[in-house]
Design a protein around this ligand. Sequence first.
Ligand SMILES: Nc1ncnc2c1ncn2[C@@H]1O[C@H](COP(=O)(O)OP(=O)(O)O)[C@@H](O)[C@H]1O
Ligand SMILES: [Mg+2]
Length: 266
Amino acid sequence: MSVRLSLDHVSKTFGEPGQGEGLLALDGISLDVASREFLAIVGPSGCGKSTLLRIAAGLMPPSAGQVEEGGRPVVGPPDRFVYLFQQYSKSLFAWRTVLDNVMFPLEGAPRSQRAELRERCRTYLRQVGLAGFEGHYPWQLSGGMQQRVAIARALAAKPDVLLLDEPFSAVDALTRMELQSLVLELWQEHGFTAILVTHDVDEAVFLADRVAVLSARPSHISEIVAVDLPRPRDQIATRENGRFLELRHHLMSALLNKVGHGAPHV
Ligand SMILES: Nc1ncnc2c1ncn2[C@@H]1O[C@H](COP(=O)(O)OP(=O)(O)O)[C@@H](O)[C@H]1O
Ligand SMILES: [Mg+2]
């Protein structure tokens, strides 16, 4: 197993120095993510999932501990780490067409390559099911279609590591399943490493190779569960698989028991 990303005793405290103790969000998280692995991180609301993902992406420094990518310390966002946000409506540019949104990460490329890159972006749009919508603006699309544009744009950046922060939570249930399957297909085809944060246990089991469970804050990893379900996964067959139900049962119990008194449930 080649380790793509490694977190070593990562802690994060929020608050200004000298203003009380601050808020301890993450408390000594150690985690290795293998190359091409699909890792899900689940945990109760407010436990520090987004914080952990931002630190893993080099978007925020830890207060203590180390993040390493391919054996080198992460000090800022590494090249070809791509972050997919929950709020596609904020991450797309309203004044740019769908194709120009997808072209955005490639804008620094030399002029001579532009035509070829535009063609590549059209291919990504086809892959996410948006052929024919290249000239539309984001506000002319449904929420699910907008998130597909964001996924195509992530692909255009040719990610080595794709970090997904609850990317499907703003769309309806059916669209959510379609997008989950789409991300799985793309992951299988493009071979990137995926780290998904979600509060949805079913989603985590459906998608991931392993599920890391965070405790309530100050959060640590309470458990890592290997998802030994066959691939390719199918929205109907996989979810009816007895093993899926066992894993779901186990993770739901772990999460609900670990939520402290008065803390929000998952
Ligand atoms: N930039 C920040 N400044 C201060 N507190 C923060 C900041 N980001 C997150 N927090 C706090 O850290 C805790 C974890 O937040 P977050 O990582 O967003 O949780 P989750 O994604 O699991 O819901 C919360 O109590 C939140 O208020
Ligand atoms: Mg969050």
